[in-house]
Structure formats: structure tokens, C-alpha cells
Design a protein around this ligand. Structure first.
Ligand SMILES: Cc1ncc(COP(=O)(O)O)c(C=O)c1O
Length: 357
């Protein structure tokens, strides 16, 4: 199917001129900079935070492009992936008219962002084993459906989606297909970044918040065709990634091999945790995970959640979410954290009446 970004974008976006930042006309490093109303002195702590950062994060993109096997012009960096989600809604969906298609149970920010932007939501739930229903998804699309959000590996279920199902959606839908790969580093599945050149309607999101351990810095990635990335850069706030974040991300990219070690350690702990959880009598089911968390079905989920919170062990209660009845989502912690979780879960005694059918 033909993908035409001009037809898909909100019409006024095409005529927007980007904010021209004070330094766009001069890219030299040396000079007397009196153009951006910056403070010429250092910051109160003595650190040099007084100058604005690079709005397009060139150095990070130069390092990241070969790591991800994409061109620099195919990378957008946002204040977390959450910024990319919001910008996509604002670029493509006319409030009060267009809609996005969500596949519950899934990551909550797609819905939050759509609601903030007054964009309608269509939903096609996943199957019982959390896989996509490509036929129903393509049937649910209408002329106002601009974006389909697929999360793989999926939050909160943890599984990866079948690649052939994603291909069917990419081929059958004329709008934008976003594949959120926040957890892809924990999976054996190759990233969809390898298929960007085949699918002009594909955008892949990843994040530095999970495997890279940089959640506090707030930086997420989007990979797509240069023409889609150009639009995101056009409408983003000019200095969306702070200089400090850029500096620390660059340093992290120099130590990329560390990420592999940390991921291996988390995967090993996930296996240990899964085995130990299976031995707890109240645990009914542990769903297969390709992420750094486990979705666990238990007897008396809400009561167990409250008990764990009281014990200062915070997990995520997903029991009210589509297809996640009585489920807790548990992040894989350190050996010690997991041990404390397991101890508390083993000691928990639900009330008799909670267990009665
Ligand atoms: C599927 C998914 N996408 C995106 C994010 C957010 O990532 P970021 O920290 O880059 O905003 C999360 C965070 O939990 C997530 O689960």
C-alpha cells in the first residue's frame, strides 16, 4: 500500500517553519556569543550549565547511527520515548476527528497522550496469549485512523509479538505503524530497525531507560524514514534534551559493552526469580517474558499487592487491566531485592473469604 506522509500529516504541519534558534546561522565553536541571552558566567555550583545545548544532539546521533545500523537522519531523540509518543499524536492526528488504534493490554501512555490531545481511541484486544489479531486490527481501521501502536515485547504481558503478524499490519495499513521496542534489548528478537527501508510507514521506538539504565536522564529514541524524523524535529521544543543528559549518554555509548553484561545479569535473575515464584503456592501462572519483568497471576492479587506495599515492596497491580485478571507485574530486581520479594510473598496469608470463589 502506498504511504504518503503528506496525506497523513495534519495539514497545517506542512506549512510550519521551525523555531530558528539563535545559533542556527553560526555553527563554529569559537566566538563571542551574545545571541541567545545566556548568562556569560558559570552556574551557582560552578559548573558550566550556562549555555544552551545542541538542539539536534549531533554527537549522540553520530555514535548511535552505526550502533543501530541506521542513518543519522533516521534518528529522533526525545525527552523519554513519551515525548515521541506525544509528538506523533500532535503531528498526525487532528483533535476531535482522527483516531489511533491501541491493542490492550498495552503501555498506558498511548492512551494518556491520545486523551490529552483529544484524539479518539479504537481498541482491538490481544488474544488470550497476548498475540496480535491482524485481521481484526485491519478491519477496525477507518479513514481517520492515523497510527497503530504495537508494543513488542509488550508491557505488561512481557511477550514478543509474532513478526509475521506485524508484517501483515505494516503491509495492510496505510497509516503509521509504531513499534515500541522499549524492552527489545532483553529479547532474542532482532529489532525492526533492520526493516525501516522496506516499510516507509514504520517507526520504531526504543529507550535508554531500561537496558541502558538511564531512566533518570530522560532520553528515548525514534527511528524512521528521514521524512518522518524531519517532522518530529520540526515540532519538538528546541532544546528538548539537556546538555548534561547529552554528555552522559555519550559517555554511556562509549561503554556500550557494559549494557550487554547488565542485560545478561538481569536475564539470569529473571530465570531464578521465575523458578522461585513457581514454588509459591499462591502463584497460579507466570507468563513467558522477553522483558525485564514478569507478569504473574496470583490468588488474591489486590490483597497480596497491599501486603507487599505494606512491607515496602512495590510491584505493579495490573489486575484491573484487560486480560490481566489477578495479575501483578514484577520488575526483575537485584538478587537481594528479589529475595526480599520472594520472602514476603511466601509469608503472605490471604483472608479466607478472598479465596472463596
Ligand atoms: C513500552 C514502554 N514504552 C515506553 C516507555 C517509556 O520510556 P521512556 O522512559 O523513554 O519515556 C515505557 C516505560 O515504562 C514502556 O514500558
Amino acid at each position: 500500500m502506498a504511504f504518503d506522509i503528506k496525506k497523513l500529516l495534519r495539514p497545517h504541519i506542512l506549512s510550519i517553519k521551525p523555531y530558528s534558534s539563535a545559533r542556527d546561522e553560526y555553527s563554529g565553536k569559537e566566538g563571542v556569543f551574545l545571541d541567545a541571552n545566556e548568562n556569560p558566567y558559570s552556574s551557582p555550583t560552578g559548573e558550566a550549565f550556562n549555555r544552551y545545548p545542541d538542539p539536534y544532539q549531533h554527537l549522540i546521533k553520530e555514535r548511535l547511527a552505526p550502533i543501530k545500523g541506521v542513518g543519522k537522519e533516521q534518528i529522533f531523540l526525545g525527552n523519554g520515548s513519551d515525548e515521541a509518543i506525544d509528538l506523533l499524536m500532535r503531528a498526525f492526528c487532528v483533535p476531535g476527528k482522527d483516531n489511533v488504534l491501541l491493542l490492550p493490554p498495552t503501555y498506558g501512555m498511548y492512551e494518556v497522550s491520545a486523551s490529552i490531545n483529544d484524539i479518539a481511541i479504537k481498541r482491538v484486544s490481544l488474544t488470550e496469549d497476548f498475540q496480535l489479531r491482524p485481521k481484526e486490527i485491519l478491519e477496525a481501521v477507518d479513514e481517520h485512523t492515523k497510527i497503530i501502536f504495537i508494543c513488542s515485547p509488550n508491557n505488561p504481558s512481557g511477550n514478543k509479538m509474532r513478526r509475521s503478524d506485524i508484517h501483515a499490519i505494516l503491509k495492510g495499513f496505510e497509516g503509521l505503524v509504531v513499534i515500541d521496542e522499549a524492552y527489545v534489548d532483553f529479547s532474542d528478537e532482532p529489532s525492526f530497525t533492520t526493516e525501516l527501508n522496506e516499510f516507509p510507514n514504520l517507526l520504531v521506538m526504543q529507550t535508554f531507560s531500561k537496558a541502558w539504565g538511564l531512566a533518570n536522564l530522560r532520553i528515548g529514541m525514534a527511528f524512521a524514514s528521514a521524512e518522518i524524523i524531519r517532522v518530529l524535529n520540526l515540532i519538538k521544543p528546541p532544546y528538548n534534551i539537556s546538555g548534561l543528559t547529552q554528555e552522559r549518554v555519550l559517555a554511556s555509548l562509549e561503554n556500550a559493552e557494559k549494557v550487554k553484561e547488565v542485560v545478561a545479569a538481569i536475564l539470569k535473575e529473571r530465570e531464578v526469580l521465575e523458578k522461585a515464584l513457581k514454588r509459591i503456592p499462591l502463584v497460579q501462572k507466570i507468563y513467558p517474558s522477553h522483558a525485564n519483568f514478569l507478569l504473574v497471576k496470583v490468588l488474591a492479587a489486590k490483597e497480596m499487592y497491599d501486603y507487599l506495599t505494606q512491607e515496602k515492596i512495590i510491584v505493579r497491580d495490573r489486575s484491573k487491566v484487560t486480560l490481566c485478571d489477578n495479575c501483578l507485574r514484577i520488575t526483575v530486581g537485584t538478587q537481594d531485592e528479589n529475595r526480599r520479594l520472594l520472602e514476603a510473598m511466601s509469608e503472605f496469608q490471604p483472608l479466607e473469604k478472598t479465596l472463596k470463589p
